[in-house]
Design a protein around this ligand. Structure first.
Ligand code: PLP
Length: 395
């Protein structure tokens, strides 16, 4: 059944689809071994290396699956049964890594930080020293709480070790600074529907050369055939013959390729500034209503802005009204933060002032705060001083 009307997605993914990605979904169909697909894939590989700040000899590809497949593929390829994995966890997605590591038969050691706080680099390094793991895994931006973890600091402390360092970049790459080669990351992944604003269904992933060398030395086969990096390389290989691996979702390749291009053409620094300014404008507008940022400023993930709700606000009722009457979709908390916070998505195409103006207009009515849209306009003018007249004009 075809849904009617538009619903504005201000959730922490999926995000509103970029117009170029949407248009590309209608491009003509091709077979997965067609030269046009290989040409598009070659462009995607080059663009992914730039997006992640990866070295030219890294292996980039798209996995046919969502961000969770990116998570699972990395752990499955880089760990053999019985090998040690340290996970630095401070939320739902860190815990997902723990579960996956256990199911893969790894010996998992978890270094937890309280929800809403960043992981403690010293505590993680103490565990790495003690355990000497094959892999250290961490989530860069923990979507469940809105915390950004200190990946560059952790990466700096990991230099010169044999342990591979893998990073979940699902809420960060494409919207926040990410420097895979400079930081020394061995594996990173995202989901097409997050900061890139393509439809869900692909996981853009990058393995460092060191990671691929480690995979080549495995004594046991990778437990997943589907996401085996060496199998994938045979299909993606830009330098040699290409072998069939699986039937890739061609329309999603077109769309995600366009979305990555659009991000690079906009400029990664421009996008990082876009999300940071909008985050400030939203906080300044909502604070007088009793909303407070759930995470202290230096650790706040701007692409998923977690706001603690004012006393007495009926989370479920307000979000239902927003969805049903105003056609705006917002996400609440996950797990322990359910009913206590909203998680505002500022990834990719959701991070535009005109979308949040629509939210403020709806909230003005629902929360009986008639001056909210005007205050938001003023906050945006303050945070975008060179274009005060503005960025609100789209749509
Ligand atoms: N990692 C993080 C940090 C996420 O936010 C998500 C999804 O929200 C995932 C992994 C899993 O991605 P997906 O839902 O696309 O499988």
């Amino acid at each position: 059944m075809r849904p009617t009307g538009d619903v504005l997605l201000l959730t922490p993914g999926p995000t509103p689809i970029h117009p170029r990605a949407l248009a590309a979904m209608q491009w003509p169909m091709r077979g997965h071994m067609d030269p046009d697909v290989f040409a598009a894939n070659d462009r995607i590989v080059a663009d992914l290396l730039e997006l992640y700040g990866a070295a030219p000899d890294a292996f980039a590809s798209l996995l046919s699956g969502t961000g969770s497949l990116g998570m699972e593929a990395g752990l499955a390829n880089l760990l053999e049964p019985g090998q040690r994995l340290v996970v630095a966890s401070n939320g739902v997605f860190g815990e997902r890594m723990v579960t996956m590591g256990e199911r893969l038969g790894a010996a998992v050691h978890v270094v937890r930080a309280p929800l809403g706080e960043p992981i403690d680099v010293d505590a993680v390094m103490a565990s790495v020293d003690q355990v000497d793991p094959a892999v250290l895994a961490v989530v860069h931006g923990e979507t469940s709480t809105g915390v950004i973890n200190p990946v560059p600091e952790l990466a700096a402390r990991m230099q010169g070790r044999d342990t591979l360092f893998t990073v979940d970049a699902v809420t960060t790459v494409g919207m926040m600074p990410f420097d895979m080669a400079g930081w020394g990351i061995d594996y990173a992944y995202t989901g097409s529907q997050k900061c890139l604003s393509a439809p869900p269904g692909l996981a853009p992933v990058v393995y460092s050369r060191r990671a691929m060398e480690r995979i080549a030395q495995r004594e046991t086969p990778v437990v997943t055939w589907y996401a085996d990096a060496v199998g994938m390389q045979a299909y993606w290989n830009p330098d040699g013959p290409r072998a069939y691996h699986h039937t890739v979702p061609v329309q999603l390749h077109w769309a995600t390729g366009e979305a990555i291009r659009a991000a690079l053409e906009e400029g990664l620094d421009v996008r990082a500034a876009r999300v940071a300014r909008l985050e400030r404008a939203i906080v300044q507008t909502l604070e007088p209503l009793g909303f407070t940022p759930a995470v202290a400023a230096p650790h706040r993930l701007p692409s998923v802005l977690a706001m603690t709700l004012p006393e007495g606000l009926d989370d479920a009722a307000v979000r239902d009204e927003l969805r049903n009457q105003h056609h705006v979709s917002l996400a609440g908390g996950l797990g322990p933060t359910a009913g206590k916070i909203w998680r505002l998505g500022l990834m990719g195409e959701s991070a535009h002032p005109w979308h949040y103006q629509r939210l403020m207009t709806a909230l003005a009515e629902l929360l009986d705060a008639p001056d909210l849209p005007e205050r938001f306009r003023e906050a945006v003018a303050r945070t975008h001083p060179e274009r005060p007249a503005m960025v609100m004009q789209h749509a």
